[in-house]
Design a protein around this ligand. Structure first.
Ligand code: UDP
Ligand code: GLC
Length: 384
C-alpha cells in the first residue's frame, strides 16, 4: 500500500512520534510530506522513512484563530495544495496526521480522487481550540475523510460532541515497542550520578513546556513536599511558549527551589531518564487527548501519577496501575508524591502492574495490525 502521510510540524511532538511508528512498516512505498523543516525530518531520515519538506512558509493559523484569519491562510496554501495534489497521484491514500494536514489533505483528496484518512490526535473542545477551528476540522473530516482514527475514546467523544459523524471514527491507541523501555540498573545509577541526583526522590515530568501541560503544578507541589523530593523537567517549548518558560523559572526562584528543580530541555533518551526517576508526573490542566508519556512511564516500570481527565483516564486505573489526581491541584499531587515516597512496597507493585498491562495493551505490533486492517478496508471500499 502506497501512503502519502502529511504532517504540519517540523518538530517531534507526540503526534509526530506516533506517526513515526505508524509509517515504519510502509517506508518502502511511502512519503511523509511535512509543512515545516526541523528535527522531525531528521528523525524520519534516521529511520529510513522517505520525507520531503513540502513548504517552509509558516501557515498563519493558530489554535485560537478566527474565521477571517483562517480564510486568509487558505490563499497562502495554494502552492502547497498544488504540490500535494501532484504527489497524491503517485499514492493510494492520503493520511493526514494534524489539523493543517487535514485542511490540505481534504482538498488534495477531492482533487486527486484518493481516499483520505485523518488521525485525530486532539480533543476538539473549546478548552483547546477556537469554535472556528473546531468547526473547520469537524466539517472537513465529515465531508472528506473515509476514516478517522482517534487516539482515545476522549478524542472520539469530543469529535462527536462537536458534530462529527460517528460511523467513520475508530479508536486506536498509540503503540510502543516495550523492549525500548527496559533498562539496566547500572546504567540507571550512572545517569542519576551524572545528573547529581543520587539519593534523592526524583519526580520526572516529560513534556513540552506549555501552560496546559502544567509544569507549574508540579513545581507548586514540590514546595509542599519533603526536602529530598527533586524534580526533573524534561522537554522544551516546542511551539514558541517562551513566556511560560520564563514564568516557570521565576516560580522556581520565588519558591526557593533552585536546588530541587532541574530543567533538562528536549532529550532523546526518554526511557533512560524515566528509569532514573522514582515517580513520573503528568499534570495537564486541560484534558490530555492520549498522553504518550503516561504509557512510556508504565512501560519503564515506574509509578505514574496523572491528571484525571481525557485519555489519561483510559490508561490508568487509580490504585491499580497508577494514580489519578484532580487536574490543577498541587496539594493532591503532593500527597501522592508523599505516598510513593513512604509506601514503597505498594507503589512498586502498582508500577509492576502498570508495566504488565501497558505492554499488553499498547504493543506496537498489535496496534500496527489494527491500523493496517483499517487502511485496507478504506482502500477496498474506494476501489469498488
Ligand atoms: N518527549 C521527548 N523528549 C522530550 C520530551 C518529550 O522525546 O524532551 C516525547 C515523550 O517521550 C512523548 C512525546 O514527546 O513520547 C510527547 O507526547 P505526549 O503524547 O505525552 O504529549 P504531546 O506533547 O504530544 O501533547
Ligand atoms: C497529541 C496529544 C497527545 C497524544 C499525542 C499522540 O500530541 O496532545 O495527548 O498522546 O498526540 O496521539
Amino acid at each position: 500500500m502506497k501512503i502519502l502521510f502529511l504532517d504540519q510540524s517540523g518538530k517531534p511532538g507526540g503526534a509526530e512520534l506516533c506517526l513515526l511508528d505508524i509509517a515504519k512498516p510502509y517506508r518502502h512505498d511511502a512519503l511523509v510530506g511535512l509543512f515545516a523543516d526541523g528535527s522531525f525530518k531528521h528523525l524520519l531520515q534516521q529511520n529510513s522513512i522517505p520525507v520531503e519538506v513540502l513548504t517552509t512558509q509558516a501557515i498563519q493559523v493558530r489554535k485560537e484563530s478566527s474565521l477571517i484569519q483562517g480564510l486568509k491562510s487558505l490563499g497562502q496554501l495554494t502552492p502547497l495544495i498544488t504540490k500535494v495534489v501532484k504527489k497524491a497521484h503517485e499514492y493510494d491514500l492520503i493520511y493526514a496526521n494534524t489539523q493543517k494536514a487535514l485542511v490540505v489533505g481534504a482538498i488534495a483528496s477531492f482533487l486527486s480522487h484518493r481516499p483520505l484518512v485523518y488521525h485525530l490526535h486532539d480533543i476538539l473542545s473549546p478548552e483547546h481550540f477556537s469554535q472556528t477551528n473546531i468547526h473547520i476540522a469537524v466539517n472537513l473530516a465529515n465531508n472528506f475523510a473515509s476514516l478517522i482514527i482517534a487516539n482515545s475514546q476522549a478524542s472520539k467523544a469530543a469529535f462527536m460532541q462537536a458534530g462529527g459523524r460517528p460511523n467513520i471514527i475508530e479508536v486506536v491507541y498509540n503503540g510502543f515497542e516495550p523492549k525500548i523501555y527496559q533498562n539496566h540498573q547500572s546504567d540507571i545509577n550512572k545517569l542519576q550520578q551524572h545528573l547529581g541526583l543520587q539519593g534523592k526522590f526524583i519526580v520526572g515530568h516529560f513534556s513540552r513546556l506549555a501552560p496546559w501541560k502544567g509544569q507549574h503544578i508540579l513545581i507548586a507541589a514540590l514546595a509542599q513536599s519533603l526536602q529530598e523530593v527533586t524534580a526533573i523537567l524534561v522537554g522544551d517549548a516546542l511551539f514558541g511558549e517562551q513566556d511560560y518558560v520564563q514564568q516557570l523559572h521565576q516560580q522556581v526562584t520565588e519558591l526557593g527551589l533552585e536546588n530541587r528543580v532541574k530543567f533538562l530541555g528536549f532529550r532523546s533518551d526518554i526511557p533512560q531518564l524515566m528509569a532514573a526517576c522514582d515517580l513520573v508526573a503528568h499534570t495537564s490542566t486541560s484534558p490530555e487527548p492520549f498522553g504518550r508519556v503516561i504509557v512510556e512511564a508504565m512501560l519503564c516500570g515506574k509509578p505514574v501519577v496523572a491528571a484525571k481527565a481525557g485519555g489519561a483516564m483510559e490508561l490508568i486505573e487509580h490504585g491499580l496501575n497508577g494514580f489519578l489526581v484532580t487536574p490543577g491541584e498541587p496539594q493532591e499531587l503532593a500527597q501522592v508524591i508523599t505516598t510513593c515516597l513512604q509506601e514503597t512496597e505498594i507503589t512498586a507493585s502498582i508500577a509492576n502492574n502498570a508495566s504488565i498491562t501497558a505492554s499488553e495493551r499498547f504493543d506496537i505490533a498489535t496496534i500496527n495490525q489494527q491500523i493496517a486492517q483499517l487502511l485496507k478496508s478504506v482502500l477496498d471500499i474506494s476501489r469498488n
